[in-house]
Every structure is written in C-alpha cells, then in structure tokens.
Design a protein around this ligand. Structure first.
Ligand code: ZN
Length: 432
C-alpha cells in the first residue's frame, strides 16, 4: 500500500515536472484533514459494529461500514491520561511521563506530559494545520499538558454538571462552531467524548431504549452505560454530518478509538485504571482513510499509540525523526500501568502481547500467562506450565524492551493540582 507520504511525494514530483515543462501552474492536492475522536471508557463489545446485539450505535456502525475495523487494537494504558498521551505522542507511558508518579508524599500524584515531547498537534501545527481540541474528560484538563500544539483547547469545565465531564451535545456544538470558521488551512480536529464514563446521566430517549431501571445493580449499570453510548453515538453522527457539510469528510483521515474500556465485574473489577485486563485495554478502533469507500476487518495487533504515526502518514506529513518510541517488539505490543504497592508506593505493571499469548508482569511476584485465543477471559494462568514456553519467551522480550528504554523511566514534573481538581477527580472515582 502506498503511504500518505508516498502520495504526497508523487504529487510534488508531478508538480515539479509540470513546472519545468511549461508555464502551466498546477497546484498540489490540498493537505489531508485529520480527525481524531476518542470515545472515553467505551468497550468494543458494546458497539454494534463489534457484534453487540444490544447496541444502539447506528452512527458508529455506519461509519464502520466504510472504515478499517481493528479487532486487536490495544490501549497503551487503562486510564485516561497515559492512554491519551500515548496516542498524541506515539510514546509509551513510561517515556512520555504523563501517568501516576512513583513516589509517595505531599506532591500531586499525577505527572504532566513532558513539555519537551513533540505532540501530534504540535507537529501538524508546524506543517500549517489549524488545530482544535474539544474535551469532555476533566482528566484531560490543560494542566496535565496534553494541550501542547492546539490553537484552541476547549476544556471549560465550569458549567453546571461539567465538573464531572462535559456531554457529547455540547462538545459537538463547540467543535462544529470551530469547524465552520476554518477556511484557509487543513485541520486537525480532536474530540474527546466522555459520556460512557461514570457518573451516568443518560438522556430520556436513550434511557427508555435501554430500560435502565433493572433492579439488578450490574444489569442496571450496563444499561445506563449503553444508554450513555447511545447518546454519544447520535452526537458523533452530527459531527460527521458537519464535516461532510463542510466538504471535508471524504478526503479526511478519521480515527475513532477508545482510550480504555470499563470492567463490569470481570476479575472483581467495576471500573478501570486498576489493572490491564482485556475489557480495559482491548479497545474499539475504526480508521477511515482518505476517500475510503469499503470497510475492512484488520486482524493484526495494533497499539493505539501508533495512531500518532498512522495519522501523520495518512496526512502525508513526514514523521519527526526522533519522536515515537522504537518498536523493540516487532511482533507484539506493550501496555503499562502504575499500580499501588501499599504505603503510597507505586510501580509499573506491564503486559506484553504476542498473539495469542499475553504475559502480565506485576511489580512484585510471578508473571501470569494467558492464551487469548482459547481463553479470552484470562481465567487459566499458564505461567510455568509444561508445554507453554511462550511465557519465558515473552518475559525475555519484555526485559529487552525495558533495557532499551531504561533512561526514560524517571517521573515527569507533577501536574499542578488544587482542591477543586482533587475533588473533581474523586467524584469521577479516581482516588489516588
Ligand atoms: Zn478515559
């Protein structure tokens, strides 16, 4: 497949040839618009496009019909800040630094995205793009540093109810208003929809559709979650309509991805950000390439952090020479999470996946090994079992991966926190 960079090079060579042969003036094709939509906390198995019978996601499903649908896409972490920072920089959490800090004490527990890192927005902006971000998650507040490179970073959480996240209708309206005044430059539009995150406040039509009054608490939570996804889906569709109306949708590259999922009782979990189990890190990912007409299933492993380079390639913008993390494990991927060790201490939990094997290495104690092909629910730990030497092979790969980036694991500077932000994070269930 010819990459976006390849197409751009051909266009430039063609232009030079014409200019040399005659005085005719042919303009190169306009640069490709880039759209990144993150569906915060949205599980792949709660979308119709991924086979969920109870879904009310017609807009996402329709978009999927004309896109690449990735079946083995993985987030680089299982909560909002490190996962988004990885997609926006191409780096692993231990390299970009935006994660929980490893030290206990009075300082803020969340580290900022390293200012010296080049983000996707900074890079596209340097290549002439207008850059706009419309943020639903309080955890993506600009104080955590993910606003680097955006002309507009719309993260106003002062409105009624907005302290626990802004809703999809407001975000789409703000994004569309921004879109309507962009005329002269290609755009990079980033929208973070937060509706699927607790606390659930679904709109009436979606509440009715999903019968959210089930007396069983788990069934009720799932129904409320689906109702929130239903609401988000409609406003995602309105965003696509606005892009189409502006004449930008067909030629744009559009990526739709979750930053992580949500657990509903799997392995005793009822949220996210506490482990790296499959419902949390295996995420939906849809990518519509410019002028793509037909959908395709993509079965290969894909790290969501690689959206950084995929979007640059599709836009025909050269990648920075030294930016995204090297792929030390060419046939697999890594996801990371800082976990508590007691007394305020934290250290990284990591997983490496080389399909179908998944090795989980905790900060202390023995690793675990699962065969995701035959055991997608991760119930049978095969570590140390005869005939499952894949465990030692993946463990060695992870050690090689760690050795290659040993210099990058210092904590970045703590983000500025104040009582209102701490209160907001606690309201969302983030108790550090
Ligand atoms: Zn999130």
């Amino acid at each position: 497949m010819m990459t976006g960079a390849g197409r751009w090079s051909v266009a430039v060579v063609g232009l030079l040839a014409v200019a040399g042969a005659s005085t005719a003036c042919r303009r190169p094709p306009p640069p490709t618009d880039v759209v990144l939509v993150t569906l915060d906390t949205t599980r792949r198995d709660h979308l119709g496009a991924y086979g969920y019978a109870g879904a009310s996601t017609p807009e996402l499903d329709r978009f999927a019909y004309g896109s690449d649908l990735y079946t083995r896409a993985y987030a680089s972490s299982s909560w909002t800040i490190p996962s988004h920072a990885s997609m926006l920089t191409g780096l692993y959490p231990s390299d970009h630094g935006a994660r929980l800090r490893s030290v206990a004490g009075p300082e803020a527990p969340v580290a900022m995205l390293r200012p010296e890192v080049t983000t996707l927005a900074e890079h596209l902006h340097a290549h002439g793009y207008a850059t706009g971000a419309f943020i639903g998650a309080p955890l993506l507040d600009s104080r955590f540093g993910l606003d680097q490179g955006f002309d507009v970073y719309d993260d106003d959480f002062r409105g009624e109810g907005a302290a626990v996240g802004r809703q999809a209708d407001e975000l789409t309206a703000r994004a569309v208003a921004w879109l309507q005044v962009q005329h002269d430059r290609p755009i990079f539009l980033f929208v973070n929809y937060f509706d699927a995150h607790k606390p659930y406040r679904p709109s009436e039509p979606c509440r009715v559709r999903h019968e959210v009054d089930d007396p069983n608490p788990l069934a009720r939570a799932r129904a409320l979650y689906d109702a929130e996804i239903c609401f988000m889906d409609g406003h995602f569709g309105a965003l696509l309509d606005a892009l189409a109306h502006a004449g930008r949708l067909d030629a744009a590259v559009v990526a739709v991805v979750a930053d992580h999922g949500e657990a509903f009782g799997e392995h005793g979990e009822h949220s996210h950000g506490k482990s790296l189990i499959e419902p949390l890190i295996r995420v939906p990912l849809l990518v519509k390439q410019p002028r793509q007409r037909r959908g395709r299933r993509r079965e290969e492993l894909f790290e969501a952090r690689r959206l950084f380079e995929l979007l640059l390639d599709e836009a025909g913008v050269p990648r920075p020479l030294v930016s995204s993390a090297p792929a030390v494990i060419n046939d697999g991927l890594v996801s990371e999470l800082m976990v508590g060790l007691g007394a305020g201490r934290r250290a990284p939990l990591r997983t490496v996946i080389v399909w179908p094997w998944k090795l989980v290495r905790p900060p202390e104690g023995e690793p675990q090994l699962f065969d995701l092909g035959s055991d997608p629910g991760e119930h049978r730990n095969l570590w140390g079992q005869p005939g499952h030497e894949a465990g030692a092979r993946l463990d060695a790969k992870l050690t090689t991966w760690l050795t290659a980036r040993a210099s990058g694991v210092e904590d970045a500077a703590p983000a500025a926190m104040d009582p209102s932000m701490e209160k907001r994070l606690r309201a969302l269930g983030y108790v550090f």
